[in-house]
Design a protein around this ligand. Structure first.
Ligand SMILES: [Zn+2]
Length: 265
């Protein structure tokens, strides 16, 4: 039986902290496609002759096989289900030790309350899954040629362990223009305690790009921005050791290496 139905299953292999590209060809009468894995349902979007989605695999998602269920709904009311496997492969993340102003490690009661409020707000922003996609073809680094390899590093600030690094830091001088990685809607901007001056773009399907520590921000919430449009200027606001751009992705609330997006089709 297994062999007879093996064609119905696909194993998608993806590393911890990477994005996974899903694509199924369009067929006559197909009206919607949805993938459900873990506790989330993500609608696939129709793009040319295919149905596509980007799934996020959190850097701390357990390695191993995770079931995913893809439902195809047709105009005549029938449905078809594929039971896929998302195989998460382990990745080693190094430890980084950093020294910052003590107020960012030993938080005052006011700063602790502020950080908690901001964390709750960000949680709400990242929880949204809008069904349409705003992006157009590939994702690009926000600073042309920019590189950053410290995604996922386990971090120790002033000798105290803190959350792993949820993005990649791109070295750049203060004032360097920061461009949108792709087309999207501005989901949030603001001055955050840890993140400094922040811009978050919603690319649809629960795919958010995050840009931190700006000295200036040029965009406003709800505005649509095109790929490459300037969002702000590199700065050193928030918990930093110097000017740089922190670039990250939250994909269905998973922390994902932004450079894994630039390697997608
Ligand atoms: Zn960073």
């Amino acid at each position: 039986m297994w062999a007879a139905f093996a064609w119905m299953f696909t194993v998608f292999s993806v590393a911890q902290g990477d994005a996974l590209w899903l694509e199924y060809p369009h067929r006559d009468g197909l009206e919607s496609v949805e993938v459900r894995w873990r506790d989330r349902a993500v609608p696939l979007a129709r793009s040319d002759g295919a149905w596509v989605a980007v799934l996020g695999v959190d850097l701390d998602r357990a390695a191993g096989d995770h079931p995913a269920r893809v439902t195809f709904a047709f105009a005549d009311g029938s449905t078809e289900v594929r039971r896929e496997t998302i195989r998460v492969t382990p990745k080693e993340f190094p430890v980084t030790r950093l020294t910052v102003e003590p107020r960012f490690v030993e938080l005052s009661p006011e700063n602790l309350a502020r950080a908690n409020r901001e964390s709750a707000r960000l949680g709400q922003v990242f929880a949204a899954i809008t069904p349409e996609i705003h992006w157009t073809d590939g994702f690009e680094a926000p600073i042309p040629g920019g590189r950053g390899s410290n995604f996922g590093h386990r971090r120790v600030f002033n000798d105290q362990p803190r959350n792993p690094h949820s993005g990649a830091d791109i070295a750049a001088g203060e004032g360097t223009p920061v461009g949108a990685t792709n087309r999207g809607r501005v989901a949030d901007t603001g001055d955050y305690f840890f993140n400094g001056n922040t811009v978050i773009l919603d690319h649809g399907q629960g795919v958010f790009s995050v840009y931190l520590h700006h000295t200036r921000i040029y965009v406003q919430i709800v505005q649509m921005v095109e790929k490459g449009e300037i969002l702000g200027q590199v700065g050193a606001t928030g918990r930093v050791t110097g000017p740089h751009l922190h670039w990250g992705f939250r994909i269905q609330n998973a922390r994902v290496d932004p450079f894994s997006l630039t390697r997608m089709p």
